[in-house]
Design a binder for this molecule. Structure first.
Ligand code: AVI
Length: 320
């Protein structure tokens, strides 16, 4: 088999498209290969990366209030989680809901069968009484499929600040698209990382131990391995920026000199000027006005902001 036959074509297409544009960029989903998943787990343990602990604290503190809110006027509910990951934080809610004998089922949605299998094994072990039904589909087709057969309201969970990885206008359309598939009374619970001290935000994306740097650089290693490319990692630099005016964190890989990189498997040569950047990630930070705008545009009403103690992060309940 030749290298070209072995490559994953969606990776190839995304890379070719991203690196041959006038302003070079790569989509952030490319971070998450096996090594990228491992490095992201490490990032979440870094003292600078406050997001994970904040959301963990919110769920610990408000699990009962969250349950009261979503179960108050219904006989039962379907809890649909988009991109559950390792499920560590969701487990806090699920355990509590089961202990309280709430009538609900848990439907994690992911396009990776492997992620779902691991999650199911984990949940069945830690919460044997949980009614869990993984859905191996894309998010919107999962909602379509659920809508065909459901009686009870839906609560869509999208946590961890993942909404911030969309460009702001795409975050709006993502929520619009979910909301279009909801019925009156359905809810979304979404995690938003809030605007805060810019120094703190920049450190979260530039930790002292250099794990985030490795996470970003791993993208180039991935292209070297999967697309038979010859990026010299020593010649690229990880650089995160935060703009307090827009609340946008951006991560760049910056070419430290004029250089040429060849990606053999896609038969592509890329020229870099000295200090030219590749834009690799957006991590948007929000304030309440921005969240209200997202909700209102989608025809949703913000019911409640659940904040951690320092108000760094919010899990927001929005209702149709
Ligand atoms: C997954 N996502 C919410 C993370 C974030 O904070 O934007 C990804 C990340 N990138 C660098 N550090 C963490």
């Amino acid at each position: 088999m030749t290298t070209t036959e072995k490559i994953n074509f969606s990776v190839a297409d995304a890379v070719k498209e991203g690196l041959t544009q006038k302003e070079k960029s790569l989509p952030s989903w490319l971070f998450y290969n096996k090594e990228g998943d491992r490095l992201f787990q490490e990032i979440m343990k870094m003292p600078e990366y406050y997001l994970t602990n904040c959301e963990y604290d919110i769920f610990q503190k408000y699990k009962n209030e969250i349950l009261s809110l979503i179960s108050a006027d219904v006989e039962g509910f379907n809890l649909i989680e988009f991109g559950a990951g390792d499920g560590l934080k969701t487990e806090i809610l699920l355990k509590h809901f089961v202990d309280q004998k709430a009538t609900f089922n848990y439907k994690p949605v992911d396009i990776s069968k492997n992620v779902l299998n691991l999650l199911q094994q984990r949940m069945q072990k830690s919460i044997p009484d949980l009614d869990i039904e993984p859905i191996n589909k894309e998010y919107f087709s999962a909602l379509d499929a659920l809508n065909e057969a459901r009686k009870n309201p839906m609560v869509v969970l999208f946590m961890g600040g993942n909404i911030g990885n969309f460009e702001l206008k795409n975050a709006h359309s993502f929520v619009n698209q979910i909301a279009e598939k909801l019925r009156t009374g359905d809810r979304i619970i979404m995690g938003f990382d809030m605007k805060k001290d810019p120094e703190m935000i920049r450190s979260a994306y530039n930790d002292a131990q250099g794990i985030t740097r490795q996470f970003n650089m791993n993208l180039l290693t991935r292209l070297n391995n999967e697309l038979d490319a010859n990026f010299d990692l020593e010649q690229f630099k990880h650089y995160p920026s935060y703009d307090p005016q827009t609340g946008t964190t951006k991560s760049f890989l910056i070419s430290q000199k004029k250089q040429t990189v060849h990606l053999k498997a896609i038969d592509t040569t890329i020229h870099f000027k000295a200090w030219e950047h590749i834009h690799v990630e957006v991590s948007q930070k929000f304030d309440e006005d921005m969240i209200e705008n997202i909700a209102t545009e989608a025809g949703l009403k913000v019911e409640k902001y659940f904040y951690d103690e320092k108000e760094y992060f919010a899990d927001v309940v929005m209702r149709k």
